[in-house]
Design a protein around this ligand. Structure first.
Ligand SMILES: Nc1ncnc2c1ncn2[C@@H]1O[C@H](COP(=O)(O)OP(=O)(O)OP(=O)(O)O)[C@@H](O)[C@H]1O
Length: 251
């Protein structure tokens, strides 16, 4: 934890793409165990900030402390080992594989034992995959090729695969994009329950304000590469500056 007790603490984070400054001196603190939403108009820098924390961008300036250690310039694999995880879209190459095969692969990869695969390693990965698929409500889809899943089920599987590495901090970038309202709430209720049960910390980018109000304990509003406001969902909903940004359609 950082000196002030935060799991993650960012100071002066800046990221430019050529001459365009996407993030300009962002300060951000995340207490352990919090469900925190990052919101803001298109182009505000939300995905860029998530990618900076996940180690996916070169040339990130400033400081990002995770459990008191500087992580701003580490590679994604190092960050995963330290406990920062994020969801990825299942790649095209794996779409023909079944739900169970994909989930088991995630456990094999995160266990780091893919180079010494044995029958017992595979059996253990499959057992853990079956348990996780039960938790995320996909036990009745074990043999379904991922390509045949509904979008909601695929997103749930991607969430389960992100949990395979047992990250302390889970980063979700627009986890509910493209889903129906019912599917959104179903997924995010599952996410919130899993995060709370396992004592994880959640940072997610979300456009649907209903999902934000329902899922987040605290919210950060970003505008044009900077933090405009931080507060409880109720404080943010009542914040006049925030309302102006949204109603004014700034980007
Ligand atoms: N690889 C890149 N090269 C150049 N510009 C980029 C790159 N990635 C992002 N940007 C720019 O940085 C700004 C912030 O983008 P970012 O995707 O972080 O915003 P966002 O808040 O997540 O927006 P949205 O809600 O639309 O996803 C945008 O103007 C975008 O065009």
């Amino acid at each position: 934890m950082t000196a002030a007790g935060f799991l993650l603490s960012a100071r002066g984070v800046r990221k430019a793409f050529g001459s365009f400054v996407a993030l300009n001196s962002v300060d951000f603190d995340l207490p352990r165990g919090e469900r925190h939403a990052l919101i803001g108009p298109n182009g505000a820098g939300k995905s860029t900030f998530i990618a900076c924390i996940a180690g996916q961008l070169p040339g990130v300036e400033g400081s990002i402390l995770f459990k008191d250690r500087e992580v701003a310039r580490l590679m994604p694999a190092d960050l995963a080992r330290r406990g920062i995880g994020r969801t990825f879209q299942i790649s095209r190459a794996f779409l023909h594989m079944t739900v169970l095969e994909n989930m088991a692969s995630a456990f094999v990869i995160t266990s780091g034992r893919w180079a010494s695969l044995s029958r017992s390693v595979l059996k253990e990965a499959e057992d853990r995959a079956l348990a996780m698929l039960g938790t995320i409500g996909l036990s009745d889809r074990l043999e379904t090729p991922v390509a045949d899943l509904s979008l909601g089920d695929r997103k749930r599987l991607e969430f389960g695969m992100a949990l395979a590495g047992d990250p302390e901090l889970l980063l979700l970038d627009e986890p509910t994009a493209g889903m129906s309202i019912k599917e959104r709430h179903h997924l995010m209720d599952l996410v919130a329950a899993r995060v709370d049960e396992t004592g994880k910390t959640l940072l997610f980018v979300e456009h649907d304000i209903d999902v934000v109000l329902r899922t987040a304990q605290r919210v950060t509003v970003m505008v044009r590469g900077a933090v405009l406001a931080v507060g409880s969902p109720q404080e943010i909903a009542a914040n006049e500056e925030v309302q102006t940004v949204y109603l004014g359609g700034h980007s």
